[in-house]
Design a protein around this ligand. Structure first.
Ligand code: 13P
Ligand code: SF4
Length: 301
């Protein structure tokens, strides 16, 4: 019998990869889609933590990652034994972990969040009088503490892509614009950049902001995130002057090396069942990681 293959792609993958996918989205949308997918094989054109999340949510499906190297710096910068000790040093806190984390890391958390629902979930926990620790993204945590006046202790890892955005390059780019300029940003960016942004949110949040932009048609819109989503934004609003925020003068070149490992050949091979199977997580590991993920999904629906 022919196997049902479902291909998922994150916005940061190249346009050719997105065109090969059944669903393109942000981390939350892709997790929800993976959970409900009636598939024998789920090809995840994203990075490993996304494929692991898909496997945890849909354990009957075979989940295949096109390239073994597709990791994420938020995962590789986090030593799980050190994280366990850190978590244990805050016994009366709720541990909120960003979805950009390994399955083992998720199992040490109480709630998983994505960039789409992090504000609401943490606000909900504070409203209940809880004390919260946040891992692994230091930039996102610093932004939440600044924006809402929280005092969350933070784990210290960063997205190596977003962490490159900086005020100096941004100021130069903004100064070079003669007309109106706007800045929107992903919360993995450093705090000085986020403080300048008029919208901070997930990849699909930023895409929606662009889709519904009503301002001056000649304005320049700088986008502080990985370059892949500029394709989706340009498709949705070809009338706008959309530019990736620079990391140094003249550079609109900030790509995630791990997302870009999803080449057409690698995705095609994965669709034929070759690639990295996410088959190394034990039932117990998946169960422990599933609890905080499901808590988030229930909250977000
Ligand atoms: P989103 O959930 O906003 O798509 O973010 C995923 C990611 O890896 C950002 O770097
Ligand atoms: Fe990880 Fe950053 Fe790449 Fe997103 S852009 S997958 S956070 S390294």
């Amino acid at each position: 019998m022919t196997k049902r293959v479902v291909t998922l792609a994150h916005y940061y993958t190249q346009p050719e990869i997105q065109q090969m996918a059944d669903k393109v989205g942000d981390s939350l949308e892709l997790s929800l889609y993976a959970r409900e997918a009636e598939a024998d094989i789920i090809v995840f054109a994203g990075v490993r933590f996304m494929a692991e999340t898909a496997k945890i949510l849909n354990p009957k499906a075979e989940v295949v990652l096109p390239d073994a190297g597709s990791t994420c710096s938020l995962v590789t910068q986090t030593d799980v034994s050190a994280l366990r000790a850190w978590r244990e040093s805050y016994p009366d806190h709720v541990h909120v972990a960003y979805i950009n984390s390994s399955a083992e890391h998720k199992a040490l958390s109480d709630w998983i969040v994505t960039s789409r629902n992090v504000d609401d979930i943490i606000a909900h926990l504070y409203a209940e009088g809880k004390k919260v620790i946040f891992s692994p993204d230091r930039n996102m945590g610093a932004y939440l503490n600044y924006q809402y006046g929280y005092d969350m202790p933070l784990w210290s890892a960063v997205c190596e892509v977003h962490d490159k955005f900086n005020e100096t390059a941004l100021n130069e780019a903004l100064a070079a614009v003669t007309g109106k300029a706007h800045l929107i940003a992903h919360p993995e960016s450093p705090l000085p950049v986020l403080k300048r942004a008029e919208y901070v949110g997930s990849t699909s949040g930023m895409l929606n902001w662009v889709k519904s932009f009503q301002g001056d048609a000649h304005a320049v819109i700088f986008v502080a995130t990985e370059d892949g989503i500029l394709y989706n934004m340009g498709q949705a609003r070809p009338d706008l002057d959309l530019r990736q925020a620079p990391i140094y003068a003249g550079c609109q070149c900030n790509s995630c090396p791990y997302m870009k490992m999803n080449t057409v050949e690698a995705v095609r091979r994965a669709q034929n069942g070759e690639g990295i199977r996410i088959d190394y997580l034990t039932e117990a590991q998946m169960e422990a990681a599933r609890r905080p993920i499901e808590r988030m999904l229930d909250f977000s629906q």
